[in-house]
Design a protein around this ligand. Structure first.
Ligand code: GSH
Length: 308
């Protein structure tokens, strides 16, 4: 039986209970160690996309390897169907589930990406989305490339937390709240909240190139992964259709600016993104048909954001 994402009559509720061990410099069990861990992601998933972007921006590719699951999955969740023989070459697994069960044979919650796996034991260490990128920045510093961006600038950290919280609640999760609403009322409430937040961002970004000012931060990474999927998936599949991203002048140009920045657009594969949402969420798209559009050339148009 395929899973159902909509709970009839209810607002969408996200499971944010994670396997929350941390890989840190001074951890006895899970110390930062080059070559020891493997990030498991999927190009389709916005939460995994954050980790892919941050790993790349910080230049951690040589110390933290990455495995990628294919875009579609069944009730047993993510598989390594993109790899030769359908097996992750490092972990030897066909399914990500095997790494979760290696950690806890009774594991009964979501088999989610991103997840970081300890290669020697084959166990998931963490699938804690916000903590993963935070730790890649603060705990793996010794291994960052020399010109790595400062994704958490000290002077704006407090304000950044507030901005990121609102972006998570209203935008990153807001699109899911629209798409998986279990009643007309829940959907309309979710839609209003989402577009109120996008209007706030449209205004905020009219005055500055990036969310926190002149430089790219973690907050931009978190917003980008939702915006990148907006017209391709959320506008139609999740019914977030007051306006397309491409119809919002400021937010659209901001998203294109990031997309054209090395480390952002090059992580996006629209075909996999569309396949994932339109095929996996059978309850809201029973035909499983994946739309052909929208055209992708919009992403490469000039953005004129340098003037800010
Ligand atoms: N559950 C995490 C985010 C990770 C997540 O939901 N990933 C999705 C893909 S976009 C997933 O792996 N879903 C698989 C499943 O639920 O079976 C959160 O709420 O922050």
């Amino acid at each position: 039986m395929t899973p159902s994402y909509v709970e009839p009559g209810r607002e969408f509720r996200r499971d944010t209970n994670y396997l929350s061990d941390r890989i840190t410099r001074d951890s006895e069990q899970w110390p930062v160690e080059p070559g020891r861990y493997r990030l498991i992601a999927a190009r389709a998933c916005p939460w995994a996309n954050r980790a892919i972007i941050v790993r790349g921006l910080l230049g951690l590719e040589d110390v933290l390897s990455m495995g990628l699951c294919g875009p579609v999955h069944d009730e047993d969740s993510w598989t390594f169907d993109l790899d030769p023989g359908g097996v992750d070459p490092v972990l030897g697994y066909k399914r990500l589930k095997e790494a979760y069960l290696a950690r806890d044979p009774d594991y009964s919650r979501g088999i989610t990406v991103p997840a970081i796996v300890d290669v020697p034991t084959g166990q998931v260490v963490t699938n804690d989305v916000p903590q993963i990128t935070r730790d890649l920045f603060f705990e793996w510093r010794e291994f960052h490339r020399l010109d790595a961006p400062d994704l958490w600038p000290e002077p704006v950290q407090d304000e950044m937390e507030v901005v990121m919280e609102r972006i998570f609640e209203e935008v990153n999760n807001g699109v899911y709240r629209c798409g998986f609403a279990g009643s007309q009322h829940a959907y309309e409430k979710a839609y209003d909240r989402l577009f109120a937040a996008l209007d706030w961002l449209e205004e905020r970004l009219a005055r500055r190139r990036y969310l926190m000012g002149d430089t790219i931060t973690e907050a931009d990474v978190r917003l980008f992964t939702t915006l990148a999927r907006f017209d391709a998936v959320y506008h139609g599949h999740f019914k977030c259709n007051r306006t397309k991203l491409s119809e919002m002048p400021v937010l659209g140009a901001y998203a294109r600016d990031l997309f054209q920045t090395p480390g952002f657009g090059d992580t996006i594969v629209f075909e996999q993104i569309k396949q994932h949402y339109y095929v996996v969420h059978e309850d809201i798209n029973p035909s499983g048909i994946v739309p052909k559009g929208p055209r992708e050339d919009w992403w490469f148009e000039p953005h004129d954001r340098e003037r800010l």
